[in-house]
Design a protein around this ligand. Structure first.
Ligand SMILES: *Cc1c(COP(=O)(O)O)cnc(C)c1O
Length: 386
């Protein structure tokens, strides 16, 4: 396989002015992140700062309901409340090793912005977060968190004033400051090497699952893995060490919104066509003339008009089964987990949970489902639905 490609998806389609910067990142990232020095510092921060390993919890009442042995991988218990911090810490360590002095990021719901602002405070680096002006209004609390952490939140006024526009603006900034600025991308998207870099940084999730399953079940692999997909980072981390293990079935839940045929959806794998977004060739929700269409989902973190090239390829080759989960199904699943296990999941994670009633399990099936984040940020939406 050509470097940076997953089948026909991936690559690095960047403006000429970024070519040297992206190439040097491609040439250096593996050597740096595989080095003992990096790994020592990274693992120590994951342990002492993030609180890893995150627990693998056998959910007894949910298991009973669905007739399987259901384990939840508890990324919701991480510092800042989701899996995104695993990646942000890794990328800021990489930025420092590459001698970068300034951090930029884009954010939609604000979750990646908060993770980035957090690690910038930790490492004492200046940070600018691009965010669509509409999202700045919608996501007040996360904007305030970022500002308290010392980041500059830059409201983007172009286009629909949402994530796609914030991303364009972040890339523009990167073009103006390629030498001193590191762009921390929050998911397995963007030009090569970002999808691979982010997947490797999140792969700590499946590394821990192996050890923890060995303790619980006496074998290091499950029968089924389940995760939600926005750009694909928590899913990539969950499946990383099992991709070539055909004993393991993979189910991914993307955001169906009001339904894949409703025009109000973020189900890129179901509705997207081949195109280029954010510097990579992948499935994109676009018009016939290639203009990116505005995605919709009740869950802000899944509201992305593209999908990681790795996941497009997993779906294309049928290695993964991808289900579109509608808003109402996700809401129902979130309430079910809350009432059966006392865990309020993020709305994004609820898209993974909502696949459970759609799968036929055997009682002996060992199932691992990643709860990518906690639901505190979604309480207003939950209470409205009650
Ligand atoms: C951002 C986010 C997601 C979606 O991003 P992926 O890169 O697909 O993992 C899922 N869950 C939570 C809690 C998030 O914050």
């Amino acid at each position: 396989m050509k470097e940076g490609f997953y089948g026909k998806f991936g690559g690095a389609y960047v403006p000429e002015i970024l070519y040297a910067t992206v190439t040097s990142l491609q040439q250096q990232y593996r050597e740096i992140i595989d080095s003992k020095e990096f790994q020592d510092e990274y693992s120590q921060l994951l342990r002492d700062y993030v609180g890893r390993p995150s627990p693998l919890y056998l959910a007894r009442r949910m298991s009973e309901r669905y007739g399987c042995r259901l384990y939840l991988k508890r990324e919701d218990l991480n510092h800042t409340g989701a899996h995104k911090i695993n990646n942000a810490i890794g990328q800021i360590l990489l930025a420092r090793k590459m001698g970068k002095k300034r951090i930029i990021a884009e954010t939609g719901a604000g979750q990646h912005g908060v993770a980035t602002a957090t690690v910038c405070a930790l490492m004492n680096m200046p940070c600018r977060v691009y965010m669509g002006a509409t999202d700045v209004e919608r996501q007040r609390v996360n904007v305030e968190r970022m500002r308290m952490l010392g980041a500059e939140v830059y409201p983007v006024q172009s286009g629909n004033k949402t994530l796609k526009d914030a991303t364009n603006e972040a890339i523009r900034d990167w073009c103006c400051h390629p030498a001193d600025t590191f762009y921390i991308i929050g998911s397995t998207v963007g030009p090569h090497p970002y999808p691979d870099l982010v997947a490797r940084l999140q792969s700590v999730i499946s590394k821990e699952i192996k050890t923890q399953l060995m303790e619980h079940e006496g074998r290091d692999y499950p029968d089924i893995l389940m995760a939600c997909v926005g750009g694909g980072s928590n899913a990539a981390g969950t499946i990383f060490h099992y991709i070539d293990d055909m004993r393991v079935r993979i189910y991914l839940g993307e955001a169906g919104g009001k339904g894949v045929d409703s025009g109000l959806t973020a189900a890129t794998i179901h509705c997207g066509t081949l195109g280029i977004i954010h510097g990579a060739r992948t499935l994109v929700m676009q018009t016939e003339d290639g203009q990116i269409t505005e995605p919709y989902s009740i869950s802000a973190g899944l509201d992305y008009p593209g999908i990681g090239p790795m996941h497009a390829h997993l779906a294309d080759t049928h290695r993964a089964t991808v289900m579109a989960i509608n808003d109402d199904e996700a809401l129902k699943a979130a309430f079910e987990l809350t009432r059966l296990e006392g865990i309020i999941p993020a709305l994004e994670s609820a898209h993974a949970l909502a696949m459970l009633p759609k799968i036929d399990f055997k009682p002996s099936d060992v199932v691992v489902l990643t709860v990518s984040g906690r639901g505190d940020k979604d309480l207003t939406t939950y209470l409205k639905a009650l």
